[in-house]
Design a protein around this ligand. Sequence first.
Ligand code: G6P
Length: 439
Amino acid sequence: MKTVKLAVLGGGSSYLPELLDGVIKKWDQGEFHAESIALVDVPEGKERMETVAAFSRRMMAKRGMPCRLETFLDRREAFDGASFVISQIRVGGMKARWNDEHVPLRHGVIGQETTGPGGFANALRTIPVSLDIARDVLDICPDAWLLNFSNPSGLVTEALVRHSGVKTFGLCNVPIGIKMGVAKALSVDPSRVSMDVSGLNHLSFVTGLYLDGNDVFDRLLESPVLAAFLQAMKFPPEFGRYLRYLRLIPASYLYYYWFTDRVLKSQLEDVQKGTGTRADEVMRVEKELFKEYEKPDLADLPSDLKKRGGAFYSDVALAAVSAILRNSPVEEALNVQNRGAVPGLEPDVVVEVSCMVDGRGPQPLSQKRLPTEVLGLVRQVKGYEILTVKAAVEGDAEAAFFALLNHPLVPGADAALAILKDILETNREHLPQFKGKRI
Ligand code: G6P
């Protein structure tokens, strides 16, 4: 069995045990052995990282996997000898996410950590740090793959592909969530299900579904499974006929674009009645999770972890790691440079697309053209993303303004300007690239 060293940035994340659980499974199944794991976090995350590390060691000991798991505050030390670097950072921590969700709401726009102005603010903070990380990877372990989970995942990957030269791809758990849902509905092992996925991260569409290679899309769209999907995506049941018309299953994040008024209304109500936003909820969940992780006899994943939104995220990452290490092809949806796979988008932009992953890394698979009904939205959001990357990298205030103005959820120039000022002010300590810039 191949042995490997993994480095994980954001080592104090409450998600980390799920990743470790996946690593143990890969060893158990004889796919690869992570004999060394280096967790990295910022000083403010050290205590959480140590808690998560101790719990992870107990998990590995219980299941008998030998591994040297160490913690680091200096990522360059951690990168020494690593073949895969997994980045799952949150620049500014939960407080910053809280702002990302609350600032847009002050301007009558939905608050979400990856979609809309919240995702934009997140990108401005995260892209420069991610590019620094990429530079260190190239310096210390230049042959390593950088797997990006840091949100907004597609946008950060766009920046890495455009500006770093590191071997990289971006991950998301939304497509695998759909695949798992289909497998469950059909009562089959997920390995028998495959999908055609194309679009952008959190704006992708399943355009084909196969069971053992046979097309089952129409069968599923006509079956009660569709109702279950609609419910999971929070779409109204009567919306099923439109999905049948489009012959698409959208990523659940389409909810924000297609049901904007409903989202805004419910978010504002939640803030008003004191429930707060998802960040408030996640902070409550994390408090409980860390109480669990601290229990000295806990050596299995606590069920509360299911209250976080990233289910199956480790499966996506570790299937790719395994495919690369063993040069054993596996198909999954990842964020990579388009290279013509998604018609209607430029070849050099990053897309979320079905890929074949093998020893060379992910190769995007050619997709059919998305229908006009959704391609316009995808293209517009890609325009917003390109401008956001430019703004984040260069501290370009004009690009930042036009990025927001191009976002479909921002209602015009006055709102774009007001939101931009608020974001730059609220995030000042994390946005040195905008210091002294006139808005
Ligand atoms: C989904 C998205 C991720 C996001 C997560 C949020 O899985 O694909 O991009 O990070 O949800 O979950 P949370 O528990 O943090 O709200």
